[in-house]
Design a binder for this molecule. Structure first.
Ligand code: GDP
Ligand code: MG
Length: 162
């Protein structure tokens, strides 16, 4: 089964996205082969394709606390087992140096990466998108995990890779 890892800084909306996706068509998976128990998995069917998502804790590059260090290790493990990476950033905070650091790490995996900018709740927020192109990407997915905007398009493009 193809596994998509949702990764990003803390509070960008990864879990909100995960919950929205898994509410749509999926079952929560507690017995995914090779999984570590303290990550959240959901199996999805989208346009006839079956795949799974894993939610991860927020990635921070500076291990200033035990929790942060643990979350960081979990992210690295999730990246190892993933087939596709779904990077999530936050339009409200804008492009953050930690986004750039994380994207560098993601690119070293040579796995396909989808870049989503979350919290695009309305037309007013789309002006925040431009700065994310500094990451050197040609396709950005503006989404609102809270309201559902853009999720269908993202899912359809993910499913196409499977
Ligand atoms: P995580 O740490 O990346 O898993 O982030 P969470 O999913 O816990 O969300 C962090 C905060 O962002 C919460 O207060 C969410 O309600 C909020 N949030 C998540 N998605 C959106 C969104 O699309 N729009 C807005 N305005 N807030 C959001
Ligand atoms: Mg979370």
């Amino acid at each position: 089964m193809t596994l998509v890892a949702i990764v990003g800084r803390p509070n960008v909306g990864k879990s909100t996205l995960f919950n929205r996706i898994s509410r749509k068509t999926s079952a929560l998976v507690d017995d995914f082969p090779g999984v570590t128990r303290d990550r959240n998995y959901a199996q999805i069917t989208w346009e006839g394709k079956s795949f799974a998502f894993v939610d991860t804790g927020g990635y921070v590059s500076t291990d200033s606390s035990f929790i942060e260090k643990q979350a960081r290790e979990q992210v690295l493990l999730a990246l190892e087992e993933a087939d596709i990476i779904l990077f999530v950033a936050d339009a409200k905070t804008g492009l953050h140096p930690e986004d750039t650091l994380l994207v560098d790490i993601l690119r070293r995996t040579s796995k396909p990466i989808f870049y989503a900018v979350n919290k695009i709740d309305g037309p007013e927020q789309t002006r925040h998108l431009a700065e994310f192109y500094e990451l050197g990407i040609d396709r950005l997915y503006p989404i609102s995990s809270a309201h559902g905007f853009g999720i269908g398009e993202l899912m359809t493009d993910l499913a196409e890779l499977i």
